[in-house]
Design a protein around this ligand. Structure first.
Ligand code: FAD
Length: 564
């Protein structure tokens, strides 16, 4: 077993983890910081595949204007103090990226190109200059900074358990997913920056599977926003990203009759809206027999074509392959479908990443931030700022702290982690596909009802009781997959239970049996460990009396469904 001791252990080296390391090292250059990732050492998490489009509040916009946009967009479920902290620091992170060598798109007169988002008055993204490589360059430039700062980075190690001293989290245990070697990390403070939970729908969403969410829940952390899942529009036959930029520029989805159906569901916003509303409409169109849905780019102006064609990266590979097969993505008709990809819920934390568990901070998409709607560029902004703030917090926390003395039964934890290895049993894929078949149907993931969610709940309980313990792994690589699948089953159940618990329609949560807002329930839905598989739910009322902006309008009122 390898033993590594440090001051700050960062779980996950994506946008949030890298920024946490950067700010922690800046604030406390003496601190020993270690980043551990189950993927390749310097790959940078999902950011490596990201377009690099970034939201930031730049003049003449003001933070107050953007907060009011988010209060409206989130249907009131906006932590205004948290958003103020994030938005206030968004410009610094964009300028840091520029200092590190990343470039954002500029128009001929030198001003920044921006693309307004979701029909909001102020929120906009700033596209990366190199279409298709923006995120990859962000990773490379950030990793270069960390290399100068003596931050230790390790890859291919899956972390599957926490080290504890009483209630306190003070390290983690894991294994190398290639060699199987065991790792023990002792730390004064642990930052969970491990991304979201999710359902492994494509290579772009392969790693967000929620192991840390399960570990944090078991350790006493609270989770929030579990009822929200990201349902994205995707081509049926290949991977693609980019409607976030394309919709505001004139792209639209059409039904089998060639009708731009969003104009009917939202005469105000039309096709330029949040994908979670578009996918509700897609599901309704297909249910009414007006599928399939195709993507129509014929309205895009020629001067904006530069923002479409990938110049490099994974999208260029796909684009070239499709072209070789005779398909021109920007002219031919392609079928698109809604896809449940990742869970928005995460660890409940304050702006500096503090959770209910001493020693454990949470940053980036591992924590709960937005209620199931998503404006392009939001993730790279929030993960960089929240990572930065958690790193600063950790730097302060470890300054005068003595090394904890863990009391975890390490051998027992490793025995549990390695139990599926070498035995006969179910392949993880069988179980994963079963879970997917339960949560993917449109009446569980898009247009939810009590009946369909109850059906999903029963199936998931059966999977967790019977199939998850029966999974087996032939080598450490498959042990990683089994561990991920166990977490996916947990996240799925929490998603379904929380969806049952929120008996109203609001933001990214649409209940066909409760299609309107409950005006008395403007509250975040949170949960903590309860009896057996049932968590204890509780609600935290949105404290409007403490906030500067009242809720005067609701984004959901732009749609014919879910309207009060
Ligand atoms: C194709 C694509 C395009 C995108 N484009 C944009 C865009 O243009 N603009 C934008 O704002 N957002 C974009 N996003 C979203 C954005 O990139 C991500 O939401 C953001 O980078 C997430 O950062 P994170 O650090 O919170 O999580 P992640 O990037 O998920 O990082 C978490 C890290 O933790 C590791 N990890 C997880 N569990 C464990 C474990 N148990 N043990 C060890 N390591 C673990 C993972 O391997 C991963 O590296 C895009 C996403 C994709 C997939």
């Amino acid at each position: 077993m390898k033993n590594i001791s440090c001051d700050v252990l960062i779980l996950g080296g994506g946008s949030a983890g890298l920024w946490a390391a950067y700010s922690c090292a800046q604030k406390n250059p003496e601190a020993k910081i270690v980043i551990v990732d189950k993927g390749p050492r310097d790959w940078g998490g999902l950011m490596t595949m990201a377009g690099g489009d970034f939201e930031a509040v730049l003049a003449p916009d003001t933070v107050d204007q953007w907060i009011q946009d988010f209060v409206y967009y989130f249907d009131g479920l906006c932590d205004q103090k948290l958003m103020e902290e994030i938005l206030t620091r968004s410009r610094d992170r964009l300028e840091d990226y520029e200092r590190f060598g990343c470039e954002f798109f500029r128009t001929e007169d030198g001003s920044r190109k921006f693309v307004r988002q979701r029909g909001l008055d102020h929120v906009k993204l700033y596209p990366a200059r190199l279409k298709g490589r923006g995120g990859e360059l962000m990773v490379k430039n950030l990793v270069k900074q960390l290399a100068k700062m003596k931050v230790q980075r390790l890859g291919r190690i899956l972390l599957g358990a926490f080290l504890r001293e009483g209630e306190r989290v003070c390290g983690a245990l894991g294994f190398d997913s290639i060699s199987g070697e065991k790792y023990r990390f002792d730390a004064k403070v642990v930052i969970a920056a491990t991304g979201m939970g999710g359902w492994k729908t494509s290579y772009g969403k392969n790693t967000p599977t929620g192991e840390t969410m399960l570990m944090a829940y078991e350790a006493g952390a609270h989770l929030q926003n579990m009822e929200f899942g990201r349902v994205w529009n995707m081509p049926r036959l290949f991977g693609w990203e980019g409607q976030t930029v394309l919709m505001p520029l004139g792209a639209r989805f059409v039904n089998r009759n060639g009708e731009s159906f969003m104009d009917r569901y939202s005469p105000v916003l039309g096709p330029n809206t949040d994908p979670h509303y578009t996918t509700i409409a897609m599901a309704m169109e297909v249910r009414e027999g007006r599928g399939p849905i195709t993507f129509d780019l014929s309205n895009i102006k020629s001067e904006n074509l530069i923002l479409l064609r990938p110049q490099n990266g994974w999208q260029k590979l796909n684009y070239d392959k499709l072209s070789a097969l005779g398909l021109d993505l920007f002219h031919d008709s392609t079928e698109w479908v809604p896809q449940l990809t990742v869970a928005y819920g995460g660890i409940r934390a304050d702006a500096r990443g503090n959770t209910a568990v001493p020693g454990l901070l949470a940053a980036g998409t591992a924590r709960a931030t937005e209620p199931g709607v998503y404006a392009g560029g939001f993730a790279l902004m929030t993960t960089s700022v929240l990572g930065y703030m958690a790193g600063e917090n950790a730097a302060e926390l470890v300054a005068d702290m003595s090394a904890p003395k863990p009391d975890t039964d390490v051998e027992a934890e490793f025995a549990r982690m390695f139990a599926p290895l070498g035995k006969n049993g179910l392949h993880f894929k069988e179980v994963l596909r079963h879970i997917q078949s339960v949560v993917f149907p449109y009446d569980v993931s898009i247009i939810k009802t009590e009946e369909s969610l109850e059906r999903a709940r029963r199936e998931l309980v059966g999977i967790i009781e019977n199939e998850v313990p029966a999974m087996a792994a032939e080598d450490p690589h498959y042990l990683l997959k089994v561990t991920e699948t166990r977490a996916i089953a947990f996240v799925s159940l929490m998603y379904v239970l929380a969806s049952l618990e929120r008996r109203e329609t609001r933001a990214g949560h649409f209940r066909e049996d409760y299609p309107t807002r409950n005006e008395n329930d403007l509250a975040w839905l949170c949960l903590k460990k309860g009896q057996g598989m049932d968590p204890d739910f509780y609600r935290v009322r949105v404290p409007l009396e403490e906030y500067r902006f009242p809720v005067t309008r609701y984004y959901q009122d732009n749609f014919t469904f879910g309207k009060k």
